[in-house]
Write a protein that binds this ligand. Structure first.
Ligand code: ADP
Length: 582
């Protein structure tokens, strides 16, 4: 338990005084819970020795009543200290995890880790609130009670005291065994909880495909299998630990029976007084309660250990290394110098070098899967290169501060993510100091002002989770407004494929033109018009290298791959729905 508390305090040191205060208040509450029993023993003594008087009874009654009041007060104070401590513990850990996640490379955010982190932050962490408000105080009581009572019991009759305490050391090994079984079972159960979270994420994220292509069966099967595994692991945990827990409690109950029989034997044999016998019978019923409670304390602490393992592992994940330099604000070109990169074992770029000139538009083209989007991600340092270097304005990206890198770039990607919040907040995201006027101007330039003012609450309209209530084109224009407002020297753009209607498309094009003026633009181009008007085109060969760089006209002459790509796009563009097949 001490180790566990130390681990918690290492993560959230500020909770220390609250934890200790809660435990102290619980100990005082327990003390006042025990005092009426003590008074009862004094009464018994008076009764048996014939010295009980009316005033004594009054005195004892007041004492018992005051103890109840004090117990109530300490219970209230304990609740006031322990519950906020539990909530604060969770909140602080969540904030810490959130801040840490932000520093991690994108390679961390695989599906498995997304499920893992979701389960950890939403479900598992909640268990930790039980530490300050239940497990830790109960543990203190279980330790304090026997220590306080033992000297008194020994002074009344040492033989009965030994008999009363004998089951405790015998029961502890059982508790340890139970603890081991709990630890193993909880780890398994927690793993299956993570699997459930991952499959829920996959199932829900893929819902469009599931519905559209009637592919639900396979995904649902893996979700159902995860649920079945969780059920199995949960039952295994309960069935493996309950007998041990019952045996532990039975051994302590046996202690009371030993006391009963052994006390009767001594009393009837004239070896001990009626007072001593009765004292042990009265206290014997209470003596084991806090120790019995250790069973449920260990249930909580084992679960907390598993959760803490996960938290510590996550917090140990190495953040992207940050540098100390600051990128220039004007005329920022980008250099790729012998860059190689692979996702896990899947090589995408090999020894690639090219220059992206400042204040010019560079289009990246190449076969599907050649690494076009990857190039944008590498510039933004979502991932780090395996070897080689990417420089921004002459400074290697890894030497820049995260803040400098962030404020040099804006991104308009196909998968636009809007946060839960108002439209206004979504545009101002990344430029928290922007005035409302600046936000409106950016929205006008990005051609979103009109549709925003048509929304029920205008700029104050809440957008659903991940922007679910806006159309794809509208979301993209909001993200362009966000980028215009941020006004960074570099713009990374993944042009929308044919997913928007023509009206939206022309609006988006106007918005993009407003954004890219005077910027260094790197774009994954899907539209022919963009490609032909780009200042430079980089053609990826789909084998990890570059086939050529240049303008449209020269590449048409020098690059066979570019010619092929160009021809196939032209063909695609000339297709008409409903045109007779030739
Ligand atoms: P493009 O944009 O040219 O179509 P990408 O840059 O998206 O290509 O992807 C290049 C290759 O890397 C593809 O084979 C793709 O499957 C793979 N890939 C892309 N993203 C990831 C990822 N997050 N994890 C693993 N592999 C990925």
């Amino acid at each position: 338990m001490i180790r566990l508390i130390k681990r918690i305090l290492a993560i959230v040191p500020t909770i220390r005084s609250q934890m200790y205060r809660a435990a102290l208040l619980k100990a005082l509450e327990t003390l006042f819970m025990g005092i009426p029993y003590g008074i009862l023993i004094f009464m018994l003594h008076d009764l048996l020795s014939g010295s009980l008087t009316a005033s004594n009874v009054g005195f004892y009654t007041v004492g018992i009543a005051l103890s109840y009041i004090a117990q109530g007060i300490f219970c209230w104070l304990f609740t006031r200290a322990a519950y906020p401590a539990g909530t604060e513990l969770c909140e602080k850990i969540r904030v810490k995890i959130g801040a840490h996640l932000r520093t991690l490379p994108m390679s961390y955010f695989s599906r498995k880790n997304a499920g893992d982190t979701t389960a950890l932050v939403s479900d598992e962490l909640v268990m930790l609130t039980l530490l300050p408000r239940m497990a830790f105080p109960q543990f203190i009581c279980a330790m304090v009670m026997p220590i306080v009572l033992a000297p008194f019991l020994f002074s009344v009759d040492w033989r009965l005291a030994v008999a009363a305490l004998v089951p405790v050391p015998l029961a502890i090994p059982l508790l340890k065994k139970c603890q081991q079984a709990l630890s193993k079972g909880m780890r398994k159960r927690s793993d299956s909880l993570v699997t459930i979270s991952s499959s829920v994420i996959q199932y829900v994220q893929g819902m469009e495909v599931v519905k559209g292509f009637k592919q639900g069966g396979e995904r649902f099967r893996s979700f159902a299998a995860a649920l079945a595994r969780f059920k199995r692991d949960n039952l295994a945990l309960v069935f493996s630990t309950t007998p041990l827990m019952l045996a532990f409690q039975a051994l302590l109950d046996l202690g009371f029976i030993i006391l009963l029989v052994f006390g009767a034997y001594l009393f009837l044999g004239g070896e001990t007084s009626l007072f001593a016998y009765l004292t042990f019978l009265v206290l014997g019923l209470r003596l084991y309660e806090p120790i019995k409670a250790l069973g449920s304390v260990y249930e909580v602490t084992q679960s907390a250990e598993v959760t803490l393992d996960r938290i510590e592992a996550l917090l140990k994940e190495k953040p992207l290394k940050e540098g100390t330099e600051v990128a220039p604000r004007e005329d920022v070109g980008i250099d790729f110098n012998k860059v190689s990169f692979s996702y896990d074992q899947n090589p995408v770029l090999q020894d690639v070098s090219f220059k992206i000139p400042a204040r010019k538009i560079t289009a990246i083209v190449g076969p599907s899967g050649a690494g076009k989007t990857t190039i944008l991600r590498l510039i933004a340092r979502f991932w780090d290169v395996d070897s080689g270097e990417i420089s921004l304005g002459g400074v290697p990206a890894q030497k820049l501060t995260a803040e400098s890198l962030f404020s040099s770039l804006s991104m308009v990607f196909q998968d636009v993510y809007l946060f839960r919040g108002t439209v206004f907040e979504n545009i101002a995201f990344g430029s928290p100091e922007a005035s409302p006027e600046a936000v409106y101007t950016a929205a006008r330039m990005a051609r979103c002002h009109d549709f925003i003012t048509g929304l029920p609450q205008g700029y104050e309209t809440q957008v659903g989770e991940a922007g679910a209530t806006l159309s794809g084109g509208e979301k993209q224009r909001i993200s362009i407004a966000r980028a215009i407002l941020k006004d960074t020297p570099i713009v990374l753009l993944d042009e929308a494929t044919a997913s928007v209607d023509p009206e939206n498309e022309s609006q988006i094009q106007i918005a993009i033109n407003a954004l890219v003026r005077t910027k260094t633009v790197v774009l994954v181009a899907h539209r022919l018009a963009t490609v032909t008007s780009a200042d430079q085109i980089v053609v990826l060969d789909g084998k990890g290298g570059i086939e050529g760089t240049g303008r449209h006209e020269s590449l048409l002459e020098t690059s066979p791959l570019y010619q092929r790509l160009w021809n196939s796009r032209q063909e695609a563009q000339s297709w008409k729905v409903g045109a007779p097949a030739s």
